[in-house]
Design a protein around this ligand. Structure first.
Ligand code: DX5
Ligand code: ZN
Length: 214
């Protein structure tokens, strides 16, 4: 299992310091990019992400919750071990977005809202490197995980095997030490966690507890 720390619940005034504090314990930093249209929240974009990237030694997964990934994906300075993740519900044509992200050199990720059927991903499973299953409605951290999270991960896992895809299964939203094990058992390989770490009195201990729970 790979652990990705969502920086959405960090103090944005000291974003890099907050990330570096726990860098040795996590595999990825997960960055939530929101445009105020695709989701009812606004966060940060390429200028902030690019300068943050230069100061970190862990790769990024850049989660684009925006309507026009074709326009913005090329503006991120990325490396081969980073991922840029777009939503299948975004307005741009998924095939075009996949090509644009692939051209950046980063891994290509696709994500979907909790209400979008897993089967809608099928045409893209052999074209992406990662699938991010949203287990809360995108837009905000610190929400409760949806009831059918493990079923959706298991359904995706079986489609991935059936289609001989190499896509990594990632899960994002509402993960904590009580549900992480069932998500991994269902097939999740990368786990995104935000508030369960940032709201803990001792973040290092909180990460250790998450890892120990699996
Ligand atoms: C929600 C974001 C998630 C979120 C995860 O729109 O995509 O990455 O920050 O945070 P927690 O772990 O607090 O649900
Ligand atoms: Zn996210």
């Amino acid at each position: 299992m790979k652990l990705a720390l969502s920086l959405l619940s960090a103090d944005f005034g000291k974003l890099r310091a907050e990330a570096i504090e726990v860098e040795s314990q996590v595999d990825y930093f997960h960055i939530d990019v929101m445009d105020g249209h695709f989701v009812p929240n606004l966060t940060i974009g390429p200028p902030v992400v690019n300068s943050l990237r230069r100061g970190l030694s862990r790769p990024l997964d850049i989660h684009l919750m925006i309507d026009h990934p074709v326009t913005y994906a090329p503006q991120f300075d990325v490396y081969a071990d980073d991922f840029i993740i777009f939503h299948i519900e975004a307005q741009d044509d998924p095939d075009k977005v996949i090509d644009i992200i692939a051209a950046t050199g980063a891994g290509v990720g696709i994500s979907l809202r909790p209400a979008t059927p897993i089967s809608t991903l099928r045409p893209y499973l052999n074209q992406v490197d990662l699938v991010l299953v949203m287990t809360v409605e995108p837009g905000f951290g610190n929400q409760q995980i949806v009831d059918n999270a493990t079923e959706r991960i298991a359904e995706l896992s079986s489609l991935i095997s059936k289609d001989s895809s190499n896509a990594v299964i990632a899960v994002d939203g509402g993960v904590n030490k009580n549900n992480i094990n069932s998500l991994v058992r269902a097939g999740a390989e990368m786990i995104v966690v935000g508030s369960a770490i940032f709201s803990a009195p001792n973040r290092r201990a909180a990460i250790e507890e998450l890892i120990a729970a699996v």
